[in-house]
Design a protein around this ligand. Structure first.
Ligand code: GLU
Length: 417
């Protein structure tokens, strides 16, 4: 029988249910939160380079907008399904509320394999997706951003397409844009930077030194590669990294700037001379101090959780740990920085980008990074208060903070009666 905890949507529902029950809130809160307010499935027809027409399926889900317009990334990945996007949108609601951002949660994506598409095809696909959802997104409605396999160039095509449809430059539509067209300083690094910030804080609380600690990182994309670079610069030893094709291990620590240069030239990690090859699954159970899963959902499961040797798991990905694995890690004394905090640096700086777009006044990178730390510190403090008050894991504590805030907004707005 399929393990229900592997279905992220059922998992997200269960987490909301537990939070509503623990807080003793009215059942109407869960009745509203258990389903997204709006889910769109759209056909995205586009022309291949050979002139043929292909139609992919796209999604956009708006989970809850009590706190403000919905916000969340767009992923291009072959395994994207409506249930996955719903879960990701629900997790965005938690993330935005926990961080105190004036947003609800949204998410979207296209089921496609970008490796099979040329850059021109990706551009046409991105523009067609925006045409398909243009009526339901907007700077005051629902604001997309990058996620798995999407990047500033794709955001640029999307904001251009939307601006053409509207007949006016609408930079506030989307975040994660290139700097020159309304992007924010520090946005590219924000998720990785926030992950390092949150895990370092926790390490300090546990009396562990961050400098000299051994870290393994699964995923070397928007989040993992930046976390590796920043943690390395702060004196941590990154002993293993991996991407979807496999990984690298060097117990003495990888030279991350050199590895990044290698990846830029070879467009892959494989073949890097200063390390041994390593499987993605093996990476998770290495003898390290910290493990950063920064790829996809369901990586730490009941099958491998007992073999995790890290003291801290810092979730850069969304949903990398199943609830069963969470219990096993808790029993082993492994501390988990939950995804909704661990990777919240991205959406927090997305919020700053949107604010700068509305104000048409841009901040320095130092200002952005300073404000990011202030937002994350506040969220961590709120999470810790709930952690102590209710004696629950940091993940559950994060849900308590978020669900309480969303419920208050819904109550004031009169949605609960
Ligand atoms: N896709 C990122 C996330 O999962 C960023 C979302 C955003 O910046 O809106 O948090």
């Amino acid at each position: 029988m399929a393990d229900a905890s592997l279905n992220p949507f059922l998992r997200a529902q269960q987490a909301f249910k537990e939070a509503v029950d623990t807080l003793g809130l009215e059942p109407a809160v869960y009745e509203i939160l258990k389903h997204p307010l709006r889910s769109f499935e759209v056909a995205v027809p586009f022309t291949r380079d050979d002139g043929s027409l292909q139609v992919f399926t796209g999604y956009r889900v708006q989970h809850n907008d009590a706190l403000g317009p919905t916000k969340g990334g767009l992923r291009f990945h072959a395994a994207v399904t409506l249930d996955e996007v719903k879960a990701l949108a629900m997790w965005m609601s938690v993330k935005c509320a926990l961080l105190g951002l004036p947003y609800g949660g949204g998410k979207g994506g296209i089921a496609c394999d970008v490796d099979q598409l040329s850059p021109r095809e990706i551009e046409r696909l991105s523009r067609e997706y925006i045409r398909a959802v243009s009526l339901v997104i907007g700077p005051d409605k629902d604001i997309p951003a990058p996620d798995v396999s999407t990047n500033p160039q794709i955001m640029a095509w999307m904001v251009d397409e939307y601006s053409r449809i509207r007949g006016e430059n609408t930079f506030g539509l989307i975040t994660g844009k290139p700097l020159v067209i309304g992007g924010s300083a520090g946005r590219m690094d924000a998720t990785g930077r926030g992950l390092v910030f949150a895990t370092k804080q926790l390490a300090t609380e546990l009396g562990m030194a961050f400098e000299g600690s051994r870290i393994a990182i699964q995923g070397f994309g928007n989040v993992g590669s930046v976390a590796a670079e920043i943690a390395h610069a702060m004196g941590a030893r990154i002993v293993a990294v991996s991407d979807k094709d496999g990984g690298l291990y060097n117990p003495a620590g990888l030279d991350i700037p050199d590895l990044l240069a290698y990846k830029r030239t070879h467009r892959a990690l494989g073949g890097y001379p200063q390390a041994e090859p390593l499987g993605n699954a093996e990476l998770l159970t290495l003898p390290v101090d910290m493990l950063f899963p920064a790829a996809l959902e369901n990586q730490i499961t009941a099958d491998n959780a007992a073999r995790i040797r890290a003291r801290i798991v810092g979730e850069g990905a969304n949903g990398p740990t199943t609830p069963e694995a969470d219990r096993i890690l808790f029993d082993k004394g492994v501390m988990v920085v939950p995804d909704v905090l661990g990777n919240s640096g991205g959406v927090t700086v997305s919020y700053f980008e949107w604010v700068q777009n509305q104000a048409r006044f841009y901040w320095t990178e130092a200002e952005v990074n300073q404000r990011l730390e202030a937002y994350m510190s506040q969220a961590m403090a709120a999470m810790h208060t709930m952690h102590e008050r209710f004696g629950v894991t940091l993940r559950k504590a994060a849900y308590l903070v978020a669900v309480d805030r969303i419920a208050q907004a819904m109550r004031y707005r009169g949605w609960l009666n």
